[in-house]
Design a protein around this ligand. Sequence first.
Ligand code: PMP
Length: 422
Amino acid sequence: MSQFEDQQLLHRRQKVLGSSTPLFYDRPLQLLRGEGAWVFDADGRRYLDAYNNVPHVGHCHPHVVDAMCRQAREININTRYLHPLIVELGERLTATFDDPLDVVAFTCTGTEANELAIRIARTHTGNQGLIVSDWNYHGHSITLAGATTALPAPEAMARHARTFAVPDMSRGVSAQASLAQLEQAIASLKESGHGVAAMLVDTIFSSEGLPDVPAGWLNSAMEMVHKAGGLLIADEVQPGFGRTGEGMWGYRVHGLIPDIVTMGKPMGNGHPIAATVTTRALLESFGQQSLYFNTFGGNPVSAAVGLAVLDVIEQEGLIAHARVAGAYAIRRLNAIIGRHPVIKQMRGRGLFFGLEMVDPVTGEPASAEARRVVNRMRDEGVLLSRIGHDDNILKIRPPMAFGCEHADFLIERLDKVLGEAR
Ligand code: PMP
């Protein structure tokens, strides 16, 4: 496949999808096949996938693909008929949560899961206000776009939304300063008459750049929100399904139990299935005043896929694997970053890392250099991305099939690219 043919495809895409539909990389990449932690372009050239959390248990995992095909041959239908698989998935999924989180509603996307969580919180509390971090992404619906800060959005911040900074010492935000901002957000929502329905946070703070938040900080934040009459919604789209290596759910790292948990991307290994998990009391109080159903969310094929993903996580011991392979990668990354003063800090846990890049002379975020590194790593056959307020934190978040040999491959190339004269 020549560059010319890629250009032609790009042109056709822009013509039919519009030119503002985003693509990764300065030179967009056409990927046609995937297997485990590897993806292959139109010429059959392989790339190590160190970016995608959608193919959570590995690209095209045969157990998941077989389960999907088997069920697609039987029936796929609206979720308002009885079918054993949606019940089985609900039972298996809720069994991974702490009491009293024991009921689930299925959706197709993380956005929908967060929307439903907000509706449950609003119905239960009688309040409308939503508190989010000041560099968040939770979805593309109208409610969420009005509270999103990490993407350019023409929508003004919604009148019911307030933000606060999460602790991050490299941005000079202490736990105390963060809680003071939260206090202000709560006071402002009360004053405006919206009140506090919920605080919605990604429990690994991925858009924010994986800051290592102090132990006990999220507990204090949750207490303040509860005292104001609101609920805590934990968005597990990023840390969920074992990525942290410290259990299935990211909230466990903080030693608390949220009121509502949402999940998505990794749940279907590429198939669109997502969910909102909460307590029976909350879901029932919502159900008494409202009605929720989702034509596709948790349909028999999606449920078969969701079950197969849970099988693989269990059978292949992927949570322990994330811990072991993650610790190995951190050791090896630490061994090279001393050679590259542009790397200020490494963050993350399990199989999710961030390398913060700053100009060693000025101390300013090295956003352009991070962009160069991401594009050069693509040439070297490794897919990465960037996160953080200044897009200066290299984002390494591979499928969980990523092992020590893949870490070696990545780190050798990263060492080379970081060392290139600019
Ligand atoms: N929450 C978080 C933390 C996310 O990262 C994303 C997607 N990147 C979403 C919600 C939205 O999920 P979806 O694209 O499935 O709607």
